[in-house]
Design a protein around this ligand. Structure first.
Ligand SMILES: [Zn+2]
Length: 407
C-alpha cells in the first residue's frame, strides 16, 4: 500500500513520489558514502548515524567506497553491494535525489552541497517518524533550489546574544537550506588594530573562526559586512576617531577626510583575513544622509553633486575590496535616490548592487542579492531603478526579472 503522508517540508522539495512499502533497518550494518575528497561527507554521515542510533538502539558503521560518476552519494542497505545505485540527478549543483525502496536508502548528488541538502530532507522525514518505528516510507524525491544564493542578514549591533545562540542559528538555517549569511559585525568583531571600538560582548578571534568553520561545514557562505561610510556610530562615538566625523556627527565619516578611507581599509583587512572561504565582501554604503554638511563637502557637492561626492569616496573603497580578491557588494539605495547616469557608470563592473528595500513581498522579486557568478562583468539591476528612472540603468545591466534560476 502506498502511504501518503502530510509532511511539513521546509522548503518543499520539487518532486515527491511515494512508493509502495517501507525501508527497514533490519540487517543494515553501515552507512556507505562515496569517496569525494571532501571531509564534510564523513561529518554529515556521523550526524545521521547519531540521529539513527537513538531510534535503532545501535550504532551503524560508516564505510566509504570509490565514487561513481557523476557525483557523491550515501546509501544504506542490508545488501552489501551498493554499486548498482543509479539515480537520475538534476542538473543543479545543489540538486539531489533521495530514493527509499524496501531494500535500499540511496541519496545522490552532483556536489557535496547537494548531498547535504538531501540529508536535510532525510532529517525532516526522520523527524516526522519521531513517534513511530524507525522504518521509512518508500519514496522518490528529486529536488533542487530555485536560487543559487539564499541568504539571511544578521545585524550584530546592539545587545549581543550568547555564542551558542549563533552556533544554533547556523545549524538551524542550514537545516532549512539557507546557504549564505550576511554578517554585519559592527563592534562585535575582534579588531586588533582598532581594539578600542570592540564591544565587551564581541566575539573572540577563536569564536569568529569557529563560526566561519561551522558555516562551511553546513554549506553556508559567510559574507562579512563592514560599513565604509555611513552607519559608523560604533566607531565615531570614540574620541580617538572624532576627526573623521562628518560635521561633528557620529553617523557618518567625512568622505574628504583621508583617515576615513584608511580606517575602512584597515578594518576590512582584518575581516577579510578572518573569512578565507568568502567570495563576497559587503561595504554597506547605504543611508549616507548627511553627505555635504561640512564646509569642504558642501563645496564638493556644489561642484559634482551628492552622488559625485559619494562615488569619489565609495568607488576606491570598492576597488580596494576587489584588489583583495573579494567581489564587492553595496546596498543600492544611495544610487537610486540620486539617479545620475554618468556617476552610476563610475561603479566598477564587478560591483554587486544589493537591493536595500524592506517590505518587498511580491513573489516575483524575492531576491536578496544578485550577480552572475561566472561572469562578474554582468550586473543585475534593482527594479527600483527601473521604477524611478529607467535612464540610469547602465548599458551592461540586465533587469532582475531575467535572473536565471540556480544551476
Ligand atoms: Zn565632510
Amino acid at each position: 500500500m502506498t502511504k501518503q503522508r502530510e509532511i511539513a517540508w521546509i522548503p518543499q522539495p520539487k518532486s515527491i513520489r511515494w512508493l509502495p512499502g517501507q525501508f527497514s533497518w533490519d540487517g543494515v550494518e553501515a552507512l556507505v558514502i562515496s569517496e569525494s575528497g571532501d571531509d564534510r561527507l564523513l561529518t554529515w554521515a556521523r550526524a545521521l548515524r547519531e540521529e539513527l542510533a537513538g531510534r535503532l538502539g545501535r550504532k551503524l558503521a560508516i564505510r566509504t567506497t570509490p565514487a561513481v560518476e557523476p557525483g557523491v552519494w550515501l546509501a544504506a542497505t542490508a545488501d552489501s553491494d551498493v554499486s548498482s545505485v543509479q539515480l537520475d540527478l538534476p542538473e543543479s549543483p545543489e540538486g539531489y535525489v533521495l530514493q527509499i525502496t524496501p531494500t535500499m536508502l540511496a541519496l545522490a548528488a552532483r556536489r557535496p552541497a547537494g548531498l547535504y541538502y538531501g540529508l536535510q530532507t532525510l532529517h525532516q522525514l526522520l523527524a516526522d517518524m519521531a513517534d513511530e518505528s524507525p522504518n521509512l516510507p518508500a519514496v522518490h524525491i528529486t529536488d533542487w533550489p530555485d536560487l543559487s544564493l539564499r541568504g539571511i542578514h544578521l545585524d550584530l549591533k546592539g545587545a549581543m546574544a550568547p555564542f551558542e545562540y549563533w552556533r544554533e542559528v547556523i545549524r538551524t538555517l542550514a537545516h532549512y537550506k539557507i546557504n549564505a549569511l550576511l554578517i554585519e559585525y559592527e563592534d562585535k568583531f575582534p579588531y586588533e588594530r582598532h581594539s578600542d571600538i570592540v564591544s565587551p560582548g564581541a566575539l573572540t578571534q577563536g569564536q569568529v573562526a569557529e563560526l566561519v568553520e561551522l558555516a562551511r561545514e553546513h554549506c553556508i557562505e559567510v559574507i562579512p559586512l563592514v560599513q565604509c561610510l555611513g552607519h559608523v556610530e560604533y566607531v565615531l562615538r570614540h574620541e580617538r576617531y572624532a576627526s573623521l566625523r562628518e560635521a561633528g556627527e557620529l553617523s557618518q565619516y567625512c568622505p574628504l577626510e583621508p583617515g576615513a578611507a584608511t580606517l575602512f581599509r584597515e578594518m576590512a583587512d582584518e575581516v577579510i583575513a578572518a573569512h578565507p572561504y568568502s567570495r563576497y565582501f559587503h561595504l554597506g554604503a547605504d543611508e549616507t544622509w548627511i553627505l555635504g554638511q561640512c564646509p569642504r563637502c558642501r563645496e564638493a557637492v556644489a561642484r559634482k553633486g551628492k552622488l559625485g561626492l559619494y562615488m569619489d569616496y565609495v568607488v576606491p573603497a570598492i576597488e580596494y575590496v576587489s584588489s583583495q580578491g573579494k567581489t564587492p557588494i553595496i546596498w543600492d539605495d544611495m544610487v537610486w535616490r540620486t539617479p545620475d547616469p554618468d556617476r552610476v557608470s563610475q561603479l566598477p563592473p564587478e560591483t554587486v548592487m544589493c537591493d536595500w528595500f524592506y517590505h518587498i513581498t511580491e513573489p516575483e522579486v524575492p531576491y536578496f542579492l544578485w550577480g552572475d557568478e561566472t561572469d562578474m562583468s554582468r550586473r543585475w539591476i534593482s527594479r527600483r531603478w527601473r521604477e524611478i528612472d529607467p535612464t540610469v540603468i547602465p548599458a551592461n545591466a540586465r533587469p532582475l526579472e531575467e535572473l536565471p534560476e540556480a544551476g
